[in-house]
Design a protein around this ligand. Structure first.
Ligand SMILES: Cc1cc2nc3c(=O)[nH]c(=O)nc-3n(C[C@H](O)[C@H](O)[C@H](O)COP(=O)(O)OP(=O)(O)OC[C@H]3O[C@@H](n4cnc5c(N)ncnc54)[C@H](O)[C@@H]3O)c2cc1C
Length: 387
């Protein structure tokens, strides 16, 4: 039932069509049902996604990946396809890419060699530790410090909302190194989970459960060789990483929305109301038309952004922000409409519309809330107009 006509769009090539077909087939055979123990489930998913080769899309070819550099269209197609089948599977895939993205983009040869091959096989789980209690949208307000003492840094502070916190083997941690204020004094570090200065102090439960934690750094010693990129370049490292992965958040939203539309089509075609299928009512047709149109508009923005990054531009800050803003907001509307078409069953625990409704919500907040995306788009638009 799913519309796959977008696969013929010029943004994608044959390798992407083959990737989509193979992953779709794998997903259709895989048993995504899982227990409430998200730690165990995510570890299993990472191992299985690794064994099947899908995580190779998360790192460059030289270190076990599939493409010479991170291919945003492949990452987007993987996330869209996995999200269609399972929010937790999409999450497990996405974090391998986001958690190791800074190493792929800015890491030294030694850092890449040490971590990326194990990320690509699923032998190591990665995490991205940027947010703090007082520094979520306002990254520049970050307080976690990294003081240079001889040939090592001493990290102190707390990070929160860290996906994979508690199960990750390696964390990409951002901390304040210099005296420069705001975003200019930040640097990025690789911190192994075995580091005795790192501890998980709280686990966070959300409406769509996945491993999420608050963590503390107490005189956490990391060698200078664990710094990713130059000192003071942490903000650049974080933003360049998000430049790749923001488009993929939009792609995951697209996968959730496509699933909601397919389920709504199935349900309205069989549910009898007033002596005919629900689909015979014109207001149902109007709802389906809105859902399908918003999905196509989202897909155009997602694959435009991914294509631009892969083939055309070094930075896609504006395109990625537009894709994330539109696709996540549209997916929320599409899924809400699916819940409505399901009637009472749509809000019943275990119903697919109900679980999609919970899955989509956080995507409008993390990796930059929708309001933050609007600020980015407006500034880029003013910037472009002044040139
Ligand atoms: C499920 C989940 C997973 C996450 N995973 C990670 C992770 O792996 N690593 C990590 O580092 N972080 C992660 N985060 C943190 C996430 O990035 C932050 O929650 C997000 O950046 C928002 O920060 P905040 O929660 O502090 O909200 P705040 O910064 O307090 O913002 C609150 C609200 O204010 C509004 N707002 C913000 N800025 C503006 C503006 N400029 N103009 C107008 N309104 C504005 C928005 O509506 C926003 O939602 C995760 C969060 C969630 C919910």
């Amino acid at each position: 039932m799913s519309d796959t006509s977008y696969l013929a769009w010029p943004f994608l090539d044959d390798s992407h069509r083959e990737l989509h077909a193979a992953l779709k087939s794998w997903c259709e055979d895989y048993d995504f049902s899982h227990s409430d123990d998200v730690d165990t489930e995510c570890k299993k998913l990472v191992a299985d996604l690794g064994k099947a080769g899908w995580l190779r899309n998360c790192v460059p070819a030289e270190w076990g990946g599939t493409s010479e550099k991170l291919d945003v269209r492949s990452i987007a197609l993987c996330r869209e396809t996995l999200a269609y089948h399972s929010g937790l599977a999409d999450f497990s895939f996405a974090m391998q890419g986001l958690g190791s993205g800074a190493i792929s983009l800015f890491g030294s040869a030694e850092q890449r060699e040490n971590y990326l091959p194990r990320i690509a096989t699923g032998e190591a789980i990665s995490a991205f530790a940027l947010s703090e209690a007082k520094a979520g949208s306002d990254v520049a307000a970050m307080e976690t410090s990294a003081d240079l003492l001889g040939d090592e840094y001493l990290l102190n502070g707390e990070k929160t909302w860290i996906s994979n916190g508690g199960i990750a083997d390696v964390y990409c941690v951002f901390a304040r190194t210099g005296d420069a204020p705001g975003s200019r004094g930040l640097s990025a570090f690789i911190v192994d989970a075995t580091n005795p200065g790192l501890s998980i102090i709280d686990r966070i439960e959300t409406i769509a459960p996945h491993p999420l934690a608050t963590m503390s750094f107490d005189d956490c010693r990391v060698p200078v060789s664990a710094r990713i990129g130059a000192s003071g370049e942490g903000f650049k490292v974080a933003m360049a990483t998000l430049d790749v992965f923001r488009t993929s958040v939009a792609a995951a939203a697209l996968g959730f929305a496509r699933r909601a539309l397919d389920e709504a089509l199935r349900h309205t075609s069989t549910r009898q109301l007033f002596g005919a299928p629900l689909s015979a009512l014109q207001m149902t047709e109007a709802a389906i038309a809105d859902m399908a149109t918003e999905i196509d508009a989202s897909a155009l923005l997602v694959y435009r952004s991914a294509w631009a990054k892969d083939c055309h531009q070094e930075r896609v800050t504006r395109e990625a922000a537009m894709a994330k803003l539109y696709a996540t907001e549209a997916a929320q509307r599409v899924i809400d409409q699916a819940v409505q078409l399901f009637g009472g069953s749509g809000v019943t625990k275990g119903n697919i519309a109900e679980s999609l409704y919970r899955e989509i919500r956080a995507l409008r907040i993390y990796e930059g809330a929708s309001e933050v995306q609007k600020v980015i788009i407006a500034r880029q638009t003013y910037g472009g107009a002044k040139q």
